[in-house]
Design a protein around this ligand. Structure first.
Ligand SMILES: *[C@@H]1O[C@H](CO)[C@@H](O)[C@H](O)[C@H]1NC(C)=O
Ligand SMILES: *[C@@H]1O[C@H](CO)[C@@H](O)[C@H](O)[C@H]1NC(C)=O
Ligand SMILES: *[C@@H]1O[C@H](CO)[C@@H](O)[C@H](O)[C@H]1NC(C)=O
Length: 152
């Protein structure tokens, strides 16, 4: 911890506005079934700059306009915004610059793109998109039940 802070201070003094070349937000795609849980992985690597906030946006079947729905800040901690949704839980670590969220009780309406946004001082915003895929009705219990009924 102390070592990281020292590096940060040294970098700022020598070269205040240049970000590291290896700075990168890593994510990944996630697939889950309806009613299941999904982990939306997101981590910022390659920087010793100060993280001020992690925020999440989504563009999904259920939210067809960009929706800021979750923020994690050093001051307020994890927080649902624009309407509470207890299905989202922050399971990452602010000090590790890990913004990972867990979503439980997934529905078809949750399918779409999630963007994880890191706000750093002084270089600003760094983000990546994480697609969440929820396979359709064909895999659900209800549908296989209907198929049985039709066939019998
Ligand atoms: C998820 O679904 C279960 C079973 O229906 C329910 O008990 C639980 O409260 C739900 N959790 C959330 C966070 O909505
Ligand atoms: C980020 O946090 C999640 C949840 O705790 C963990 O599974 C994952 O391995 C972490 N990612 C990295 C790259 O450390
Ligand atoms: C998610 O992003 C992909 C690639 O940009 C796009 O093809 C897809 O339509 C998006 N999905 C939603 C629900 O916006």
């Amino acid at each position: 911890e102390t070592v990281e802070m020292c590096h940060g201070v040294i970098l700022l003094v020598i070269n205040p506005y240049r970000e590291s070349k290896t700075l990168e937000v890593i994510g990944g795609r996630t697939t889950t079934v309806q009613g299941g849980a999904a982990v939306l992985h997101c981590k910022l690597i390659g920087t010793t700059e100060t993280l001020t906030q992690i925020s999440w946006q989504r563009l999904t079947r259920g939210k067809p306009r960009t929706d800021n729905f979750y923020t994690i800040s050093s001051h307020y901690g994890p927080c649902s915004v624009n309407g509470r949704d207890d299905r989202f839980r922050f399971i990452g670590s602010f000090t590790d610059k890990n913004g990972t969220l867990q979503l439980s009780n997934v529905t078809l309406m949750d399918e779409g793109n999630y963007t994880c946004v890191f706000t750093l001082f002084p270089s600003g915003i760094h983000e990546t998109a994480i697609p969440l895929i929820v396979p359709g009705m064909i895999h659900s219990k209800c549908c296989s039940c209907c198929v049985c009924m039709c066939e019998s």
